[in-house]
Design a protein around this ligand. Structure first.
Ligand SMILES: C[S@@+](CC[C@H](N)C(=O)[O-])C[C@H]1O[C@@H](n2cnc3c(N)ncnc32)[C@H](O)[C@@H]1O
Length: 231
């Protein structure tokens, strides 16, 4: 043990840490400073991988791993996504764009029924939800977190082994029950619709319908508790 202070995470990273199973093999992809694995180590995790595609972040990861006395429990791996990772059960990918996270998931070949994904996209959450289902996972839950004026969702997904397509509305709503997130999502869709009313009226109509759909889910949540959207 060291006398290092407790690792403090931002609300976004704390939300990503919350569903992780401490007793599993855990991989944090795009770890940067490795604060998340160090936090999980302090919570009792002992089989951790901190990976990043760049050497610079891994050097700062190593500094933190040493600072928190976790050298025997956190392995540092240089890897593009999961390409150099042989196996992990709980896989966290946080702080990247939804399209990059989608690509990383689609390229992995070791997923099995023990795998859980914890995903926190900075953009394109709707694309990531589609990629999650296409890779043979289902969303178990989503937890929204607010930092300043930004909302983030943390997706928690379990492996089914059955690739599936999801509806467009579900790709925007997922398992989110946070009404502030849904209201913002509807506004984003409506603004996008306004932006293409002249150039692409068909698309504008589709986006307006989606915005209405998201608002209906939100209203239903408010009046009756959460509504299940068919995936
Ligand atoms: C914005 S930081 C996020 C750090 C931390 N995960 C968080 O959420 O605060 C993104 C990190 O992902 C890494 N990264 C980008 N593309 C990657 C890839 N294809 N595979 C692994 N890591 C990647 C970057 O080098 C960077 O350290």
């Amino acid at each position: 043990m060291t006398d290092a202070p407790a690792v403090r995470l931002t609300p976004r990273l704390a939300a990503a840490a919350a569903p992780v199973r401490i007793d599993r093999v855990i991989c944090d992809v795009g770890t940067d400073h490795a604060l998340l694995p160090c936090f999980l180590f302090q919570r009792g995790a002992r089989r951790l991988i901190a990976s990043d595609v760049r050497k610079g972040p891994l050097q700062s990861a190593m500094r933190n791993i040493r600072k928190y006395g976790a050298e025997d429990c956190i392995r540092v791996v240089l890897s593009d996504g999961l390409k150099n990772i042989e196996y992990a059960e709980d896989i966290i990918i946080a702080g990247m764009g939804g399209e990059l996270i989608s690509r990383i998931i689609s390229e992995c070949d070791f997923f099995d029924t023990n795998t859980r994904l914890i995903l926190q996209p900075m953009t394109r959450a709707e694309k990531l939800r589609r990629a999650v289902y296409a890779a043979g996972f289902e969303l178990l839950s989503e937890n929204c977190v607010r930092e300043g004026d930004k909302y983030y969702t943390v997706m928690y997904a379990g492996y089914t082994g059955k690739p599936a397509e999801i509806s467009e509305l579900f790709s925007y709503v997922g398992k989110v029950t946070d009404n502030a997130y849904l209201a913002r999502q509807a506004d984003i869709l409506e603004n996008a619709a306004r932006g293409c009313t002249v150039s692409d009226p068909e698309r504008a109509k589709r986006l307006t319908e989606l915005a209405d759909g998201v608002r209906q889910v939100r209203q239903h949540n408010e009046s009756q508790g959460s509504l299940h959207i068919f995936e």
